[in-house]
Write a protein that binds this ligand. Structure first.
Ligand code: BGP
Length: 472
């Protein structure tokens, strides 16, 4: 659709950016924090561990002041489960409660709205040892954690996100360091989708509890949504794209919004003897969990072709590279899209297409909870970081949000990844995303001083003009 005149960003549009606890905080076993699955995982070779990260734990005041300087309206961060409850259940850690009180108060002091992710890839190690999300009790563990957060922070936190990228935990858990498979597991697919089911029920119950305990607050999911294109106009490829769209995207949003399993996914699970077992009350619980808005992460689209059912699927897939499922779809490299230095395709127009499709399916306001470019930034001798490539990436994506708004979609805000440099899920510190540069290398912690990148000044102007001026 060509627009003669674009609609402006809403006046109360929430400009900001995101981080997650285990990637930014460091201090991973300090002040009573228990280990999470991230602290006991095998660190990918050549990448930093999580002991220091960006040292946000000790420098959050400086970091939030820099966010305020950019004009942030919102800061999306996650709460570490094991900082609050070191063993995952039982004793609450007062120092952990205090730390997030400080973060929230610091945001409010600067007129920044805290947007809290309740779970970002960091299952308590003690609960991992008890089966992680595969244990039916995980629903209650999570609900208890949710209650502790609502009780302590609900007076000031009005926007909540449940589980970050549940779809990626399910699709590429080993890459993120989260998949827990019990010994002797004979049907991996069933095990994984049983874990997924527990997360879905946990999310639904946490949303219902939020509405009960904090009637003023709003809560939504935060999956990673990438519209899937067919590799060609062959009808077989189109069906494959529908299949992957269902498995990757709609399963999660159909559940968060309508409380039902996506029918294509269910049929595929049935076909593979992998349908999850429902505990008594699950069906009702899923129906009762109601998202008020949709948070979603977008990095690029996906493309796939038909699967004949007997081919080998690639084994190196991560969040943004489609693998394939025999007889359902097969990942395909889109030849029309450039890629980042780390091999992720770049597709701003696909952002608009994704937003349009989501809005026509779900009709809920949406906030972008991640979007961004990972690159090898360089600090110059005079303390500058010339990240024009990041500005280009962000600008072209913000343009597409405005086009999507002009198409009639309801957008609440934009929180790119990431506010500040932090550790990547599996590619270390050198894969930087932030507006704020952190002076450290993969293994050399250097000064940990903060520097404003070129994108910092650019984003500040974008925010101050409410998205009217996207020029350099
Ligand atoms: C998302 C995660 C983030 C983040 C981002 C970038 O999948 O929610 O935690 O890290 O992707 O990915 P990566 O760190 O792999 O570059």
């Amino acid at each position: 659709m060509l627009h003669k005149k674009l609609k402006p960003f809403p006046q109360d549009f929430l400009w900001g950016a995101s981080t997650s606890a285990y990637q930014v905080e460091g201090a991973n076993l300090i002040d009573g924090k228990g280990p999470s699955c991230q602290d006991i995982k095998e660190i990918p070779e050549g990448t930093s561990d999580l002991t220091v990260c960006a040292d946000h734990y000790h420098r959050y005041q400086e970091d939030i002041a820099l966010m305020a300087e950019m004009g942030f309206k919102v800061y999306r961060f996650s709460i570490s489960w094991t900082r609050l409850i070191p063993e995952g259940t039982g004793e609450v850690n007062p120092k952990g409660i205090e730390f997030y009180n400080n973060i929230i108060d610091e945001c409010i002091k600067h007129d920044i709205i805290p947007l809290v992710t309740m779970f970002h890839f960091d299952m308590p190690a003690a609960l991992d040892a008890r089966g992680s999300w595969g244990n039916p009790e995980s629903v209650d563990w999570f609900l208890n954690f949710a209650k502790v957060m609502y009780e302590n922070y609900g007076d000031r936190v009005k926007y909540w996100l449940t589980i970050n990228e549940q779809n990626m935990l399910t699709l590429v858990g080993p890459v993120i360091g989260t998949l827990h498979l019990p010994e002797g597991c004979t049907n991996e697919l069933r095990e994984i989708y049983q874990q997924n089911h527990h997360m879905l029920v946990a999310q639904a119950k946490a949303m219902a509890l939020c509405h009960e305990m904090l009637p003023e607050a709003k809560i939504g999911p935060a999956p990673n949504i990438s519209l899937v294109y067919p590799a060609s106009c062959k009808p077989e490829d189109n069906l494959a794209a529908q299949n992957y769209n269902a498995v990757r995207n709609w399963l999660y949003l159909d559940m968060a919004v309508y409380g039902v399993y996506n029918n294509l996914v269910w049929a595929w699970l049935e076909e593979n003897d992998a349908t999850p077992t429902f505990a008594p009350g699950d069906e009702e619980a899923l129906k009762n969990g109601r998202a008020d808005f949709i948070g979603f992460n977008y990095y690029n689209t996906a493309t796939c072709e038909a699967s004949e059912g007997d081919e080998e699927m690639r084994s190196d897939a991560d969040q943004q590279t489609a693998r394939g499922e025999s007889g359902m779809f097969k990942g395909y490299r889109n030849p029309h899209l450039p890629t980042t230095e780390f091999g992720w395709e770049i597709d701003p127009m696909g952002f608009r297409a994704t937003i349009r499709e989501m809005y026509s399916r779900y009709r809920l306001p949406m906030i972008v909870t991640e979007n961004g470019l990972g690159a090898y930034d360089k600090l110059t001798e005079d303390g500058k970081i010339h990240d024009q490539y990041r500005i280009n990436y962000l600008r072209t994506h913000i343009e597409q949000i405005q086009l999507a708004i002009s198409d009639g979609a309801e957008m609440m805000g934009y929180c790119p990844w990431s506010a500040i440099d932090l550790i990547s899920t599996h590619e270390g510190m050198v894969k930087r995303y932030g507006f704020i540069y952190v002076d450290r290398d993969e293994f050399d912690l250097k000064t940990l001083n903060r520097y404003r990148k070129d994108s910092f000044y650019w984003y500040k102007k974008v925010i101050s003009t409410n998205g009217d001026d996207l020029t350099d």
